[in-house]
Design a protein around this ligand. Structure first.
Ligand SMILES: [Cu+2]
Length: 161
């Protein structure tokens, strides 16, 4: 029966092919996995570079912008209307590599009970409700550079009528 022999040979060839297939599929899977992992790492690397090149954080809409670094506050003064509530976005532009405070900065006004802190290379938005009577207040950072005694780490809040 030649037909049966042919069939048996064909089956044997198919079994041999089946035995060869898994490694080939594994190789394909490995290639796909490698491509996926390489893509993820590549995108993450590009993202990290882009974050370095861009400003630390986008400004919150309508908020006063105060940037703090070891060099002081920028700007070191702000003015608000008596009784008004405003948003203040405090940003630390220092990295965590700073030995003095680890990049943390503070904006504190004892008389108004304000004590805002922001971590290295980050921003935080705070609400400031100005007192109802005009006046001037000194804010300070007590974290770095000798704390409140350091005149470069101070600013002036003016409350206008
Ligand atoms: Cu500081």
């Amino acid at each position: 029966m030649p037909k049966n022999t042919d069939l048996a040979a064909a089956r044997a060839r198919q079994r041999a092919a089946d035995r060869r297939r898994p490694p080939a599929e594994h190789r394909r899977l490995r290639t796909v996995l490698f491509a996926v992992i390489a893509t993820v790492i590549g995108v993450a690397a590009i993202g990290l570079v882009a974050m370095r090149l861009l400003p630390p954080t986008p400004a919150a809409a309508g908020a006063y912008q105060i940037r703090a670094s070891m060099g002081g506050f920028q700007p070191a003064a702000m003015s608000v209307k008596a009784g008004s509530t405003v948003s203040v976005e405090l940003t630390s532009t220092d990295t965590s590599m700073h030995s003095d405070g680890g990049g943390w900065h503070e904006m504190a006004i004892d008389e108004l009970g304000i004590d805002w802190k922001v971590g290295p290379e980050s921003s935080k938005v705070f609400q400031l409700t100005a007192p109802t009577t005009p006046g001037t207040y000194t804010w300070f950072c007590g974290i770095c550079c000798g704390g409140r005694a350091n005149p470069s780490m101070q600013g002036k809040l003016t409350v206008t009528a």
